[in-house]
Design a protein. Structure first.
Length: 466
């Protein structure tokens, strides 16, 4: 449908449907996406699939109410617009006014530059590469019980058009892989994982053989680690763990639909409030080039930007769609995103990261008498400002040196207290782009995002073992 020969026809259909709609505002998204998914467990292949989805959606704003319709048949585009407009008018009777912050309508075409196009690599070749990674991890130690290797790629073509005159054609590529090694000794089970990927081609998941071997070795070594003694510690987080922290614990609180709809959060997330020391800076933005959360325009046609969230420890910004920006009297930030045409765009993060500081890892560790060095995260949970994260790998810090390996390290706390306790920020910013998952919110998962940080040091962190 979105191939070159049919684009002119689709554009004519869209422009025709946007005439005489009778609403205050209408936008249309048409998408065509091809996906590959491969999953291996040990020496067996669990999934090997290629799929394609094509469809579109209409949003209409009439008298302060929104209507939304998704569909697969573009031939009846005018009918879909009419249905969305009628829905909007029904909702308007109960919801009252809704504002859209102004955005200059754009006409543009964006095509990615790929070093190796994943569509040029056969399914068998992709499977063979994953099998190599699995074999390497299985051979890293006799204690490796099994492995899990996953791969996915997506190439999507999107058209966005609005009644304000925007018409944007945007193509995007997303490639990712993850390798997990699971080691076992009796009832003791430990696992490690690595991720790879990016938006510039298939080469981003190639050449991971040494990392896969290290992954297996570290999983086996973690079997010999002693459980951490619960207590309060000074903790150093590596860039991967700190990136997960800033995304999960702080980034979601910066999404302005949460702020607008929650009285408690509005009282907390006050612009100009001190959230950390002057060394702390946090940014989100799709205009950071070359990452999984990068794009030129969001799903409302708003240009991507870099949005400062914290500057010198002070809350200075938040993430917006056109509607939340209009309601809160602020500027849109280009953060309205949807995982597919089946969903309306909502406020989402893109590339979220703690900015570089000036401290080296050695300097951070050197004056810690007893602390913990936490590496990467299995994941965690957040509830408003409270968080819990489990470290994938951790070491004790003793008398200024990284010492013995420990396991079962779980970090808990209040995000705002924790931000205030960051007393050192490294000079080694790394943004993670790999993996096969993404961010979830409002039943929309997985959305491609990236997160990152330099090493950071946090005082008075509650650490529990299990």
């Amino acid at each position: 449908m979105l191939r070159k020969g049919g684009r002119g026809i689709v554009r004519n259909l869209i422009e025709d449907a946007l005439r005489s709609h009778g609403a205050d505002y209408v936008d249309i998204r048409i998408e065509d996406a091809a996906r590959t998914k491969i999953s291996l467990r040990g020496r067996s292949t669990d999934e090997l699939s290629v799929s394609r989805s094509t469809g579109g959606c209409v949003r209409a704003l009439a008298g302060g109410g929104w209507g939304f319709v998704s569909f697969n048949d573009t031939a009846n585009l005018k009918n879909h617009v009419a249905l969305a407009v009628s829905q909007a008018r029904l909702v308007a009777q109960a919801n009252g006014d809704s504002l859209l912050a102004p955005v200059e309508p754009v006409i543009d075409t964006i095509v990615p530059t790929l070093a190796v196009d994943p569509r040029s690599i056969s399914l068998c070749a992709k499977q063979a590469l994953l099998q190599e990674y699995s074999q390497i991890m299985l051979g890293a130690s006799p204690k490796i019980q099994t492995t899990i290797v996953r791969y996915r790629d997506t190439y999507s073509k999107k058209i966005f058009a609005s009644s304000e005159g925007a018409f944007i054609e945007q193509e995007q590529c997303d490639v990712g892989a993850s390798c997990t090694a699971i080691a076992r000794e009796g009832d003791n089970v430990q696992q490690m994982f690595i991720v790879a990927g990016g938006v510039d081609g298939y080469q981003s998941v190639q050449g991971q053989h040494d990392r896969a071997r290290e992954c297996g070795r570290r999983a086996a070594e973690n079997l010999d680690a002693a459980p951490v003694k619960a207590g309060q510690y000074t903790v150093v987080l590596d860039p991967a763990m700190a990136g997960t922290f800033v995304h999960e614990a702080f980034g979601h609180l910066s999404e302005s639909d949460f702020i607008y709809e929650n009285d408690t959060l509005r009282d907390i997330m006050v612009l100009g409030k001190q959230f950390g020391s002057p060394i702390l800076g946090i940014t989100d933005g799709a205009a950071a080039p070359g990452h999984r959360g990068s794009y030129r325009y969001d799903d409302e046609g708003t240009p991507a930007s870099l949005t400062p969230l914290i500057r010198e420890g002070v809350l200075v910004g938040r993430l917006h769609s056109r509607e939340t920006a209009g309601r809160m009297g602020e500027l849109p930030t280009g953060n309205a995103r949807a995982i597919s045409y089946r969903f309306r765009p909502i406020v989402r993060m893109t590339n979220t990261y703690i900015e570089n500081g000036s401290t080296t890892l050695e300097e951070m560790v050197s004056d810690i008498d007893e602390g913990i060095y936490a590496i990467d995260a299995y994941g965690g949970t957040t509830a408003m400002e409270m968080f819990t994260f489990s470290a994938m790998e951790a070491f004790m810090i003793r008398k200024g040196r990284i010492a013995e390996r420990v396991r079962n390290v779980v970090l808990t706390g209040n995000v705002f207290e924790t931000l205030m306790h960051i007393d050192a920020v490294g000079n080694d910013l790394h943004i993670s782009d790999g993996g096969t998952g993404g961010c979830g919110k409002g039943q929309q998962y997985p959305l491609p995002v990236s997160d990152g940080s330099p090493h950071i040091r946090i005082r008075n962190v509650v650490v529990g073992g299990h």
